[in-house]
Ligand binder design. Structure first.
Ligand code: UD1
Ligand code: UDP
Length: 372
């Protein structure tokens, strides 16, 4: 069994690692392809070092661009690669543009496509990731859902039960297997902080950082919080470009994007996390740390119903109210039961037992169409 695994951007590396490991342990030949969507050492290399991921077998070197430029260039480069490197199964993870590009190419090349993190829906069509999720799911043969709500989304869209697999959360596999190593990091003291006495911030959604007025308002709100609780702000490259020229309020320590282990250590010892990231909503839930999500929608509602996350939007008063409430009263730590560190193994089990035996109908045959 030859399996191509694609990784492209920061949130992909921690998702692909447990799947690769589990597939290799079961005897699959795994080929790792990096599209190059993220390329700064702090957005890519550091994850290979921290997580012990081997060098990619192929690097497409595509880099940044508009949505169409990036997606198109990855499609062209990945099609050429697949032509000369045929595979039985293609594994794509998450919802970035490279995920979409490779899934489409794989589907047309007749490779069985496995989408890890299938079924998440924000129902916000203005998010590029929502388009990527819906289309990647639609062209995939195996839909690996991280949680029961994602399974329900897929069922309601007409996917067949034999396509849908409740696998659990690969990002949490990686968190659990690295938690001890993260605890040994000295990043909290290095930044002059004390455990439980600071907040951690990330922002990179275009809707929050691309408009200077919106970003400036958010910085003002963070500045008010920093009057009560020191904040560490790990600045994403998209945000870095927009933040220059805007004043940074007192009490906020700005850092470059941090490595996985340092960032995990900072999350685990924080009083709260303020973020618009997808993955960080999940990691804070697994760690039992309060998370305030500065967005109006989430594709991960399970982190609210069964976790420590709250959707607070971007209005100053709502953010300040939620911050006070969390700091004064705390949150109940809870986590979906299936986020147990074994998602990669469940995925590898399905790929290795199903892909070479009962291939079944292609995903074009949705349940509704099959019935009619
Ligand atoms: C991308 C994903 C987003 C994900 C985020 C994770 C899409 C549509 N967006 O957003 O879903 O949450 O990654 O971090 O796929 N840049 C650098 N160095 C890098 C990478 C990017 O400087 O290593 C800068 C470039 O100016 C680039 C900009 O960041 O144009 C945006 O990068 P891009 O990959 O297009 O989108 P992200 O905002 O990173
Ligand atoms: N992360 C990191 N360093 C940082 C910020 C985030 O290692 O400075 C990790 C974080 O722990 C999680 C992943 O990056 O594992 C989330 O990626 P990101 O927020 O960029 O993307 P999203 O999940 O929103 O797509």
């Amino acid at each position: 069994m030859r399996v191509i695994c694609v990784a492209a951007a920061r949130p992909n590396f921690m998702k692909v690692k447990p799947v690769m490991d589990a597939l290799e342990a079961k005897g699959a030949e795994v080929v790792l392809v990096h599209t190059g969507q993220h390329y700064d050492p702090s957005m890519s290399d550091v994850f290979f070092e921290d997580l012990g991921i081997r060098e990619p077998d192929h690097h497409l070197g595509v880099g940044s661009g508009t949505h169409a430029e990036h997606t198109g260039q990855v499609m062209v480069a990945f099609e050429q690669l697949l032509d000369s490197n045929p595979a039985d199964v293609l594994v794509v993870v998450g919802d970035v543009n490279s995920t979409l590009a490779c899934a489409i190419v794989g589907a047309k090349a007749g490779v069985r496509v496995a989408h890890v993190e299938a079924g998440l829906r924000s129902r916000d069509w203005d998010m590029p990731e929502e388009v990527n999720r819906v289309v990647a799911d639609r062209v995939s043969d195996y839909l690996f859902a991280p949680s029961a709500d994602a399974v329900e989304n897929l069922r309601s869209e007409g996917y067949r039960d034999d396509q849908i697999h409740l696998a659990g959360n690969v990002m949490i596999d990686t968190l659990l297997s690295n938690a001890d190593r993260a605890r040994e990091r000295d990043v909290v003291s290095r930044l002059g902080l004390h455990p439980g006495a600071y907040g951690l911030v990330t922002l990179h959604r275009p809707s929050n950082v691309d408009e200077p007025e919106v970003l400036e308002d958010l910085l003002g709100t963070l500045g008010e919080i920093a009057g009560r609780l020191p904040l560490v702000f790990s600045v994403h490259p998209r945000t870095r470009a927009k933040i220059e020229g805007l004043g940074m309020p007192d009490g906020i320590t700005v850092t470059e994007p941090l490595g996985y282990l340092d960032f995990l250590a900072l999350q685990a010892s924080s009083a709260l996390v303020l973020t618009d990231s997808g993955g960080i909503q999940e990691e804070t839930t697994a760690l039992g740390i309060p998370c305030l999500t500065l967005r109006t929608t989430t594709e991960r509602p399970i982190t609210i119903s069964d976790g420590t996350n709250q959707l607070v939007g971007i209005e100053r008063d709502a953010i300040l109210r939620a911050t006070s409430s969390v700091l004064d009263d705390g949150v109940e730590p809870r986590c979906p039961a299936i986020w147990d560190g074994h998602a990669g193994q469940r995925i590898a089990d399905v790929i290795m037992t199903k892909a070479d035996t009962s291939l079944g109908p292609r995903p074009t045959d949705l349940a509704a169409e099959v019935e009619s």
